[in-house]
Design a protein. Structure first.
Length: 240
């Protein structure tokens, strides 16, 4: 819960067990991403806490189907899935009009990125990224291809399990939540350093998609669901 004036915003503290470890053995980047010195507090200005507004106009918004590059075009290779859910604040109020970004590997575990050195093929019909808005009740939905696992090239053993990255923007650039959501039942979940960096088991479960009942029809697609809670006791853990 936020309290105080614009110059000082305070929140109820997190239980560290519900958040990923700041420093993870075997994951060197976690050591460089954690501040070595106490943070320097400075007042937040009105422009930082209230803007810029209209992010949906400043950022390119997709139609919600990431399984093809252009609407009606060839579909990417892999398992067709849909992901739906809602975004809430800590009091259970839906967050409408929030910009959600997602990015992910393709079905072979390959990102379109110059730093991805994994020798897996790119898919010409898949970019692995998109943005869309939450509705009036905080709802969102998109279609995509289930991502594949991939090796961490700086390691001689570590493979990342299938996962999708989420970034949720609030009313200003200062309000941004970033995490990764994983698929239940994946063997690589048991050894992933980032997922298991959330030591509280119940909190870790909040980083897993919830599979929905299967069905067969004109559009054969596996459905998953996840609701995001952005702060409070039942918040979704942040995972960079």
């Amino acid at each position: 819960m936020a309290t105080g004036s614009l110059s000082k915003i305070e929140y109820l503290p997190y239980d560290d067990g519900t958040q990923t470890l700041r420093q993870i053995k075997g994951y060197p980047r976690s050591w460089t991403r954690t501040p070595a010195q106490p943070l320097i507090e400075r007042p937040l200005t009105l422009s930082e806490t209230t803007g810029p507004i209209g992010l949906e106009r400043r950022l390119e918004i997709n139609q919600g189907d990431l399984s093809c590059v252009v609407p009606g075009g060839p579909r990417a290779i892999g398992q067709f899935i849909s992901v739906a859910g809602r975004v809430f604040d800590e009091d259970g109020a839906p967050i409408a009009g929030a910009v959600i970004e997602i990015w992910q590997a393709n079905a072979a575990g390959k990102y379109i990125h110059q730093l991805d050195r994994h020798q897996a093929p790119l898919d010409p019909n898949f970019t692995g990224q998109g943005r869309f808005l939450t509705g009036a009740e905080g709802q969102y939905e998109f279609r995509t291809i289930k991502p594949g696992g991939y090796p961490v090239m700086e390691s001689d053993w570590w493979w990342r399990p299938p996962h999708i990255h989420f970034s949720i923007f609030g009313p200003s650039w200062m309000n941004r939540f970033v995490t990764q959501i994983f698929f239940p039942g994946e063997p690589l979940n048991e050894s992933d350093l980032l997922l298991n960096g959330v030591v509280d088991l119940e909190a870790r479960q909040r980083l897993l998609f919830q599979p929905q009942p299967t069905k067969v029809g004109a559009l054969n697609i596996l459905e998953f669901r996840l609701d995001f809670v952005l702060r409070g006791k039942h918040s979704t853990p942040a995972l960079d």
